[in-house]
Design a protein around this ligand. Structure first.
Ligand SMILES: N[C@@H](CCC(=O)N[C@@H](CS)C(=O)NCC(=O)O)C(=O)O
Length: 217
């Protein structure tokens, strides 16, 4: 098997990079990491050396380039079909795909007003009424997932799937901005935070020196 390389951005800020990184770590894949520090005048050109999108994450596999976090996860799910990327039950899988896609293409208010910033603590910042609407929808998704499909584990669909990788950056945002959650959602936050892989990401983020002012209050 040809080696896999994941090109990512700053662990402190790059929520999109965290998704495939976490899915790959949780499913036990060996891969190389190449990091590009975002926020400088050169970063777009540096990313273009790997991908025409000028955005991270990017997966390099043999001569194949895959960009965009969801495309990377789907590519890997095809490459390693014996691993548990999605739930095996079709109904649960359809739900998992729907909520991952909803996360991928939505929640712009949350993204803009509560940017991921692992090492910061900004309790209550960014909580506009439209952000609260995004938070309410995320809580509804998490509760429905846990109630309908979460019987065989403490992740959204029971066992860890790509859906958890897609919501992990939201978990880290909720911690940074101290978002108030109900018991079911707080318990899910605790599940994600307890993962050694997530702790590894946060520890690396805390060691980074680069600061992107637009993501700091
Ligand atoms: N939809 C894309 C979005 C990727 C994206 O916006 N990445 C940001 C970083 S988190 C980026 O590369 N920005 C370029 C820059 O800051 O120079 C994905 O899912 O991968």
């Amino acid at each position: 098997m040809t080696a896999l390389t994941l090109v990512i951005g700053n662990k402190n800020y790059s929520s999109w990079s965290l998704r495939p990184w976490l899915a790959m770590k949780q499913l036990g894949l060996q891969f190389h990491e190449t990091q590009i520090i975002l926020g400088s005048t050169e970063s777009a050109d540096q990313i273009r050396q790997y991908s025409p999108s000028a955005k991270v994450p990017v997966l390099l596999h043999d001569h194949q380039i895959v960009w965009d976090s969801l495309a990377i996860c789907e590519y890997l799910a095809e490459l390693f079909p014996s691993l548990h990327w999605w739930p095996s039950n079709q109904t649960a899988r359809a739900f998992a795909r729907s909520i991952s896609a909803e996360m991928h293409s939505g929640f712009l208010n949350l993204r803009q007003n509560m940017p991921m910033n692992c090492r910061a603590k900004y309790p209550g910042k960014g909580l506009t009424p439209s952000v609260q609407q995004d938070i309410d929808r995320i809580m509804a998704i998490w509760q429905e997932a846990r109630q309908k499909f979460g019987f065989d584990g403490s992740f959204l669909l029971g066992q860890f799937t790509i859906a958890d990788a897609f919501f992990a950056p939201v978990v880290l945002r909720f911690v940074t901005y101290d978002v108030q959650l109900n018991a079911v959602c707080q318990s899910y936050v605790d599940t994600i935070l307890a993962l050694p892989t997530v702790q590894e990401w946060i520890a690396a983020a805390k060691n980074e020196e680069a600061v992107i002012p637009q993501y700091e209050f």
